[in-house]
Design a protein around this ligand. Structure first.
Ligand SMILES: Cc1cc2nc3c(=O)[nH]c(=O)nc-3n(C[C@H](O)[C@H](O)[C@H](O)COP(=O)(O)OP(=O)(O)OC[C@H]3O[C@@H](n4cnc5c(N)ncnc54)[C@H](O)[C@@H]3O)c2cc1C
Length: 394
């Protein structure tokens, strides 16, 4: 393990590996990535792996558009090979008049910046997914350009691209502290030794706040537990991903034929990390899935697992420096870092290079910490309290 580095990245998930790749591609050298377990062991290896460019804000749409363009070239660019990118679309099914109004408002904005979302009547949903139970359905929004990617292959592609450019990956190495002197980062302390460095990037999404606490700061990224299951494989139908906020469920078919379906765990409070699976989720998810698509009735579940979203107050990523500690950078948050990972790595490389222009037509302020100015004045008691929970990470 190196004793000194120009940049240390904490977290070997898709975000940390993306930062490693785009920084190295940009010409930064002497980079070390530190991961306490193995690459993809966090949320990345537990995600449903969908990507989309249809969002509620233009900033996220632009980040999504850029990321999809990168997904199509990254396999070749890194020399890793096929990343299993499929674009079968992403559909929100709508059951409430206010949802219809909101998604139509979003559609107008999305279409104006080149995201080709379409509004569908229930009979059109039935044409695309004949098995869908349209009782009570008012309509749907579909973007045919959204899709799915293999999150393991994507992360390993970033890893390969970074290693080929000299980045050192230290797995099974836990960061236990960050030394700050005179308001500047000086070193990252791990259970395998200390790395002297002026720059540390926190790319741990769900565990962000525990790393930030090492430099004496609180950052508003709270873990939220999500559970997911996968069914036995069936004929591959090339259906779009289906999400219903009303029924609190998403369903999509993996290229190997199994259907993945999940939701948040409503019983675990936000703010703690716990990978346990629950019987309650299994029962409830099966009930909701059969209600939505009755043909699931006799389909067997192969396995279930749990992971975490890192929730920020506005549900977007936090990218850039924490002004209180020079050299402390966040590359975290927003629960959808897998699908945003090309944008995350690219923006972090631009921020560290001091670029004023960006490959993505957004302002760095839109993703920086300063947008939470008011949040910091009153960060909320429960989040603070949960930082000290003994079972915080289990
Ligand atoms: C059930 C589920 C479904 C999801 N579906 C989707 C989806 O369809 N599309 C999508 O884009 N996103 C989805 N997500 C979210 C997505 O998985 C995450 O946003 C993304 O993987 C986060 O990547 P990351 O690299 O920031 O974090 P992680 O993958 O969690 O990586 C962070 C790493 O930091 C390491 N770490 C933490 N503390 C330390 C320390 N002290 N020292 C060293 N290492 C440390 C952890 O071990 C971990 O490997 C889903 C998540 C879940 C749980």
């Amino acid at each position: 393990m190196k004793k000194t580095a120009d940049i240390v990245i904490i977290g070997g998930g898709v975000a940390g590996c993306s930062c490693a790749y785009y920084l190295a591609k940009r010409g930064f050298r002497n980079i070390v990535l530190v991961e306490k377990k193995y690459i993809t062991s966090g949320s990345t290896g537990r995600c449903a792996a969908n990507f989309k460019e249809q969002w509620e804000s233009p900033v996220k749409c632009e980040m999504g558009k850029y990321s999809i363009r990168q997904f199509k070239v990254l396999g070749e660019e890194t020399g890793f090979g096929d990343l299993e990118v499929v674009q079968n679309g992403y559909m929100f099914t709508l059951y409430q008049p206010d949802q219809v109004a909101e998604f139509k408002r979003r559609q107008t904005m999305q279409n104006s910046i080149g995201v080709p979302t379409q509004y569908l009547e229930p009979y059109e949903v039935k044409q695309i997914i004949p098995q869908y139970n349209t009782a009570g359905l008012l309509g749907a929004i579909l973007n045919p350009e959204d899709g799915h990617i293999n999150p393991f292959k994507l992360t390993f592609a970033y890893e390969k691209g970074a290693k080929d450019r000299g980045v050192e990956f230290d797995t099974y190495t836990t960061v236990t502290g960050i030394r700050v002197e005179g308001g500047r980062v000086k070193a990252v302390i791990t259970d395998r030794g200390t790395i002297e460095t002026p720059v540390v990037i926190n790319a741990t999404e769900a565990e962000t706040k525990w790393i930030s606490r090492m430099v004496g700061l609180y950052h508003p990224v709270e873990p939220q537990k999500h559970e997911i299951l996968i069914t036995e494989p069936m004929d591959y139908l090339k259906l779009p991903m289906i999400t219903s906020y009303d029924q609190k469920i998403y369903i999509h078919q993996m290229p190997h034929g199994g259907f993945a379906m999940g939701t948040l765990n409503e019983f675990q409070p936000m703010g703690i990390v716990n990978y346990g699976s629950s019987w309650n989720f299994l029962e409830e998810m099966c009930r909701r899935a059969v209600q939505m698509i009755p043909a699931f009735q006799n389909v067997r579940v192969i396995r279930q697992w749990a992971g975490h979203y890192g929730m920020t107050p506005d549900m977007n990523v936090i990218l850039g420096p924490a002004p209180e500690v020079e050299g402390y950078i966040l590359a975290t948050g927003a629960a959808k870092s897998m699908m945003m990972s090309p944008a995350i790595g690219t923006l972090i490389a631009e921020i560290l290079a001091g670029d004023t222009e960006s490959a993505i037509p957004i302002s760095k302020k839109d993703v920086g910490l300063s947008r939470f100015q008011n949040y910091f004045i009153n960060p909320g008691g429960s989040s603070k309290k949960n930082m000290d929970a003994e079972d915080a990470v289990s």
